[in-house]
Write a protein of this length. Structure first.
Length: 219
């Protein structure tokens, strides 16, 4: 039992231990944010980047400086009072999923005052990979347009259909974790089942500073 506990603690700390390996020396990072909503974590990205990959979002959210994204089971996410029955159904077998987008004109710390907000920094190339992964999750109709599926839950947001399916091994929080891995962060999506677990892993990366080159000293 003790050996199993040690192995579990080692796995949970793996993201922290590897965090220093991914940061490029002397490279300027780009900011993104995580918002802990309790059940799920929202991913906040620069609107200009998302709109470059998904031009339709410029028309949908013309004044946004940032856009928060959430992903999850469609029936549960869009239900005003979703209960345990819908949650269990979503976990037991693959179900349709949606993306929830909310435009932000203020910083996440202000827009989500009272919630835990974490800022991370990723290399430009990592940000592009992350944006590409996000864009690939959107479903499109026969004309190639994004499939909107209703008004969002708050903040002038909107729901969009996803090509991915929700299930026990692919939840709202592991979805975010996988996008962060695409950006280069050393997270373990399988250990990010809950919002708290994801935020703890990400916090390890947030504490790491960009390595700076050692200046060459001549006599």
């Amino acid at each position: 039992m003790r050996a199993r506990l040690v192995m579990l603690l080692a796995l949970l700390c793996t993201g922290c231990g590897a965090a220093s390996e991914w940061r490029p020396v002397g490279e300027q990072g780009q900011a993104l944010y995580l918002v802990d909503h309790g059940r799920h974590v929202g991913l906040v990205l620069p609107a200009v980047g998302l709109q470059r990959h998904l031009p339709a979002l410029k028309k949908a959210f013309p004044a946004a400086g940032l856009i928060e994204l959430g992903w999850g089971d469609r029936a549960f996410y869009q239900h005003e009072q979703a209960g345990a029955g819908l949650a269990l159904r979503a976990l037991l077998w693959p179900t349709d999923a949606v993306l929830h987008l909310v435009p932000l004109s203020q910083s996440p710390a202000v827009a989500f005052a009272g919630l835990s907000v974490l800022e991370l920094s990723v290399p430009p190339a990592g940000m592009e990979r992350l944006l590409g992964e996000v864009a690939a999750s959107f479903a499109r109709n026969e004309a190639g347009n994004l499939r909107g599926v209703g008004a969002g839950r708050y903040g002038g947001g909107r729901f969009y259909a996803s090509v991915e399916s929700y299930h026990l091994l692919h939840t709202c929080n592991t979805w975010v974790a996988r996008r962060l891995v695409a950006a280069g962060l050393p997270l373990r999506p399988a250990l990010a089942f809950t919002a708290g677990a994801l935020m703890r892993q990400a916090a390890c990366c947030a504490k790491e500073e960009y390595a700076q080159p050692i200046p060459h000293i001549t006599d």
